[in-house]
Unconditional design. Structure first.
Length: 339
C-alpha cells in the first residue's frame, strides 16, 4: 500500500484529491457535474495525445511534432471528404489513421535510417508540417464541415435543474485509445520490448530486439493517436482551424513527464499520463474559475518540466555523490589510522 502511494501514480492521485478539495471550497462551481463533464470533454483530445506520446518516451525517444501533425491530418481529411460528397465516420477514421501513421513513420524513418536524434528530427518535421499546412491553407479555417462531423453524439446525459450535462463521442474514443495503449504496453511481450529498449538500447539490440520495428511502432502509434485527436478536435469545435493545436505539445509533454515518464526512456505508464493530464487540467480549470491570469498556467507547465528533469538528473547524480562521500570517508579513516 505504501509503495503504491509513493509511486508517481499514487502521488498524482493524492495531488488531484488535494487540488479538488481546495477548489471545491474556493469555488462552488468546480464540483458541479456540468464542470466535471466539461473537463472530460475538453481534455479528451489531450489524453489521446498523451497516451501516444508516452509510448515514444518509454521507447527512449521524444516527439514534439504530434500536435502539428494532428492539424495536418484534420485539414487533409476534412478537405478530401468535402471534395467527395462529405463521406462518413468510417471513411474519415480510415483516412485519419492512415495519414496519421504515415506522418509518424516519417519521423521514425529519419530517426532510424539516418541515425538522427529524435528531438532534432521532430523539430524539423514540426516546422515542415506547420509551414506546409499554413502555405497550402493560407491560414484559412474550414467552417463548412460535413453534417455528420458537426452533429454532437452524446454517450451519457445527466439531467440537471437547468438543462443537462453530457459526455460526447470524444470521451468514448479517448477511453478506447487509453485501453488499447495500456493493453499493448502492460499485457504484451512487444510492450515489454518497448520498455527494455528504452531502458537499455544496446542490451535490447544484443538480445535480438527489432529496433526498426520498435521505433516504427512508437512513432507510428503516436501519429495514429495524433490523427484521431485531430479528428476529435474538429468534431468538438465544429470547424478546422490550421493553428488551433499549435503549441499544445509542451503542455502534453509536461503532463506525461509529470505522470512518471522520463526523457531517458524505459519508464512511464498510461495511467500516469492520464493522471498528469488531469492534474494540469484541474489546475488550469481552477485558475480560470478563480479569475487568475491564464499565463500563470504556462508558469506551472515550465516549473513541471524543469522539476521533472532536475529530479531525473538527481537520480543519476546521487549515486556518484554517495560514492564520492564514501571514498572521502575511507580516506579520512585511513589518515586517522596512520596518525
Amino acid at each position: 500500500m505504501r509503495k503504491a502511494l509513493l509511486s508517481p501514480e499514487g502521488i498524482l492521485l493524492l495531488l488531484i484529491a488535494a487540488v479538488s478539495v481546495f477548489l471545491s471550497v474556493a469555488t462552488p462551481s468546480f464540483a458541479s457535474i456540468q464542470n466535471l463533464f466539461d473537463l472530460l470533454n475538453n481534455q479528451s483530445v489531450n489524453i489521446i495525445f498523451a497516451v501516444g506520446l508516452v509510448v515514444v518516451l518509454i521507447s527512449g525517444g521524444i516527439d514534439i511534432s504530434f500536435s502539428v501533425a494532428a492539424s495536418v491530418v484534420q485539414y487533409v481529411v476534412v478537405s478530401l471528404l468535402l471534395n467527395f460528397d462529405g463521406g462518413n465516420w468510417a471513411i474519415a477514421i480510415v483516412l485519419t489513421c492512415g495519414t496519421g501513421i504515415a506522418l509518424g513513420l516519417l519521423n521514425a524513418l529519419f530517426i532510424h535510417r539516418f541515425r538522427i536524434v529524435s528531438i532534432i528530427v521532430t523539430i524539423g518535421t514540426f516546422n515542415l508540417f506547420f509551414g506546409l499546412l499554413m502555405y497550402v491553407s493560407r491560414g484559412r479555417s474550414i467552417y463548412a464541415i460535413p453534417d455528420w462531423l458537426y452533429a454532437r453524439i452524446t454517450i451519457l446525459s445527466v439531467e440537471l435543474e437547468r438543462g443537462s450535462a453530457n459526455l460526447y463521442l470524444p470521451v468514448l474514443v479517448m477511453a478506447v485509445m487509453v485501453l488499447a495503449t495500456g493493453l499493448i504496453l502492460a499485457r504484451t511481450g512487444f510492450g515489454r520490448q518497448i520498455y527494455g529498449f528504452g531502458s537499455s538500447p544496446e542490451a535490447a539490440k544484443r538480445s535480438g530486439v527489432n529496433v526498426a520495428l520498435i521505433q516504427a511502432f512508437a512513432y507510428g502509434w503516436l501519429g495514429l493517436c495524433a490523427g484521431i485527436a485531430g479528428l476529435m478536435q474538429a468534431h468538438i469545435v465544429r470547424e478546422v482551424v490550421p493553428n488551433a493545436l499549435y503549441g499544445r505539445e509542451l503542455d502534453i509533454l509536461a503532463a506525461v513527464v509529470l505522470g512518471g515518464a522520463v526523457l531517458g526512456g524505459g519508464r512511464g505508464t498510461v495511467t500516469g499520463a492520464v493522471l498528469g493530464v488531469m492534474l494540469l487540467a484541474l489546475i488550469q480549470n481552477g485558475l480560470n474559475l478563480l479569475g487568475i491570469s491564464p499565463f500563470v498556467f504556462k508558469v506551472v507547465v515550465g516549473v513541471v518540466i524543469l522539476s521533472a528533469i532536475t529530479v531525473r538528473n538527481l537520480d543519476r547524480l546521487l549515486p556518484k555523490l554517495n560514492h564520492a562521500t564514501a571514498k572521502g570517508g575511507d580516506a579520512t579513516a585511513r589518515g586517522q589510522a596512520d596518525a
